[in-house]
Design a protein around this ligand. Structure first.
Ligand SMILES: [Zn+2]
Ligand SMILES: [Zn+2]
Length: 75
């Protein structure tokens, strides 16, 4: 499993603090690939998550780009 966390990627939509952390997780098991994104504010606990699965009927075209801040994981 790969993990990539970037701190302070943007403003929290709930409390406005510029502390939202962007976390990326990459899972692979057999044929299944999951790219999961989470934005979380350590200040107020706001949290948003999206997971892209390779077995989705309509797989995302760019699962390694964050749907919230459009960053890519660090190489
Ligand atoms: Zn917040
Ligand atoms: Zn992000």
């Amino acid at each position: 499993m790969e993990r990539d966390i970037q701190a302070a990627v943007g403003d929290c939509p709930k409390c406005g603090a510029h502390e939202v952390a962007c976390r990326y997780n990459h899972f692979e098991r057999d044929e299944l690939v999951i790219d999961a994104w989470e934005h979380r504010c350590p200040n107020c606990g706001y949290r948003a998550t999206t997971a892209f699965r390779s077995d989705d009927p309509e797989p995302a075209s760019n699962p390694t780009i964050c749907p919230y801040c459009q960053r890519s994981p660090r190489a």
